[in-house]
Design a protein around this ligand. Sequence first.
Ligand code: NDP
Ligand code: 2IT
Length: 452
Amino acid sequence: MWIEPCKETECFMKGLQKRNPGQPEFHQAVKEFAETVMPFIQENPRYQKAQILERLTEPDRVIIYRVVWQDDKNNVRVNRAWRVQFNNSIGPYKGGLRFHPTVSLSVLKFLGFEQIFKNSLTGLPMGGGKGGSNFNPKGKSDDEVMRFCHSMMTELSRHIGQFTDVPAGDIGVGAREISFLFGQYKRLRNEFTGVLTGKGLPFGGSLIRTEATGYGCVYFCENILNHRNDSIKGKIVAISGSGNVATYAVEKANHLGAKVVTLSDSSGFIHDPDGIDAEKLAWIKELKEKRRGRISEYVNQFPAATFHQDQRPWGVTCDVALPCATQNEISLTDAKTLIANGVSVVCEGANMPTELEGVYAFQENGVLFGPAKAANAGGVAVSGLEQSQNALRLSWSRAEVDEKLQTIMQDIHAKCVKHGESSKSQPVNYVKGANIAGFIKVADAMIGYGAI
Ligand code: NDP
Ligand code: 2IT
């Protein structure tokens, strides 16, 4: 009997929600994708016949495991960790590890799902995966973080490998954590391979990987503006977050002549009308990377700025907004405020920072909206370049990697325009463009493999 696949997003989503109860973030990510890709699938019945959307939304496998470690007082502590190996049709699984108390299967499935298409957009041979733990690194000593990472890798090492699955950083996982994780992998396997990316420079890391997501996001924003015969130069920019992605987005926005007036963390945001220049940024990097401090401390150092407790920066008037903290940090209300204040471009440095209704509001009001899959792909792209360098046993210069990153972001922009521009007079639908362009490569590979 022929099983008719769903032809409508609504029908498809009903089934997906039933199969995956209690996973709202995963539902949200799939809905945004299915809404734009379903019409394309209908125009190309071979995708429908092969049930590609049904297959793509079911991970290859999910590994769930216990991580036991001891704190500084010798208490035994228990966390849960996951690795979602979503799809390896076009290359080994690739995607970050997140350490945050809010990490759940739903969050990691949304991230892993989006990673499939983001990685496809980069043009590099990388499948999609994501992992992490509900471990909270805040307030933990370096030794505690080390013991947690070593214990986590003891299990994770059975499931990853340079040709199988190559994790990297994400929220709460930076240079310190990647070093602990890599050290333990090397010890367990007696093998020095590019099993992780975002590694330190002395042990196989790539130049520009630290900067890549923030830089790439601003390059993508510049591409969007250039397509409209405009540029970021002289624009007022609001950025959220103050971690890896946010700080390097500030740096590149400054390089290109923009003025960044906000940053934030989970306690609130700072507004500096004079702009966060290179000197202030150096102070923030020291605060965040070395002292692991809070963004509120900025106003003690730079009194012209103000701190707004428990608020997000979207009420500040800006031309460009770059959400670089976490998922669902721009609500419909925030989007309406940004629109009312005249924002012209929103580019997602974080993953799924805009609620779906917010995305629709931006699009309906002519705001150029660069979705995460495209706009923050620079990080994983340079991870891919790190893998290439590891395989070749050599290191490229800063300039070489930066040039490749810029080319990749330009190519992604061109793919979005190809599949998302209906006419020259209409704004490009970057959501549609990114989803369809990312989908085609993965779907064609899957069809080639047969019913797997
Ligand atoms: P970091 O851990 O370096 O920084 C995260 C920042 O976001 C911190 O300022 C943090 O504040 C804030 N934040 C985290 N959770 C919340 C929350 N629930 N509410 C408010 N603020 C929050 O992470 P990254 O900069 O690496 O990641 C930021 C975003 O970019 C994430 O969405 C990530 O998935 C995405 N991304 C990261 C890439 C990378 O290469 N690192 C690549 C592509 C995307 P606080 O310290 O108070 O928690
Ligand atoms: O969301 C992301 O793309 C990342 N956290 C980076 C993944 C990677 O493998 O570099």
